[in-house]
Ligand binder design. Sequence first.
Ligand SMILES: [Zn+2]
Length: 384
Amino acid sequence: MLLLRFTESKKISKHITSYGNLGNENMKNDLDELIRELSEIYDADSQDMYVTTYINKKALDVKFLDQRERACKLLLKGEELKNFGNTIEETKEFIKKNTGSNLAIFASDKHNFFKSILLPIELKNALVVDSSPYIRPLARIQDEWESFTLVLLNSNYAKIFSVSLGKVEHKKNLSKDIMNKHKKGGCSQARFQRLRKGAIHAFFSEVEEALEKIADKRIVLAGPGQAKIQFKDMLPKHLNERIVDLIDIDIDDEKELLKESINLISEREEQKSHEAIKQLKEEILKDGLAVYGIEETLRAVKNGQVELLLIEKNCKIRGWICENCQMVKEGAVKACLNCGKTVSEVDVLEEILEFAERTDAEIEFTDDEGISNLGHIGAILRYK
Ligand SMILES: [Zn+2]
């Protein structure tokens, strides 16, 4: 049933979109939306052809595109060649207009389809011709660059940043005049401390209010001394739960903080994939909610059972897909084993990834040798 829904949403008459103006705070959302949309593209027509291009602004060699273009033109014929020729022209024009940017472009002239996204991260140059858009590099970015909100604060000053895809954006400054720690005369010491505490509390409430509006799913609190801990303790549960780390750092040490928080995210990412592998192994040992290897994982992902998909980084597996009956298998055949129609050669891992993206499964790329021993792919299931 699931498959039916995907096929319906596929028929698009006109589709030209550019995502992600650089520095756009919604870049992460754009990326999520684009991956989802691209993963839903496939058709019963095995003649479908999409050209996917990744451009690394630092490593763009003019010859790269020409060489790939020539190689593809040698292999394509008739309608396909025509579609490729038109698509690549459009793609090259776009690249020219956006010189100096990291880009991902997904296009098919035949389908009047052109989508692009500007990326803040360098990827390997690639030009891939396939029956559907090649989304794996995008999915890896999505996995490896968690976005989060960073709050640098002490008792009278706060600065809020949003960190998305490794880029930092300053969102808000808050500050308040708070009485000095030591009273200078006037009221009694006890009364002075009460007033001071009240003023700090009022300031923290302001910061909380700001966070309420702009905070990401994950929050990192930073700053000197106890202020961040007091602040954390007064946050309501739904915000408190989102705090993933506390960083002890001087209030003026912004540069160091930004560096450290980005490192923190990549450490968290490593930790996450480590834990996912551990969970996968445990589930397999107790014959629980897990599958591994191409065949089982593919079946589970097609059924929509997959909660978390684990894929080996930098691994490809030769296989084929029948666009007619959606059969995917490892190896090489002349015709579909199920319905006898023509098949297209694919990377089976990419196909599984696309199925997973369509069903909102979480995706984790890993280079843990555990996954390689289990057949390069595995999944933790929602149900069995
Ligand atoms: Zn078939």
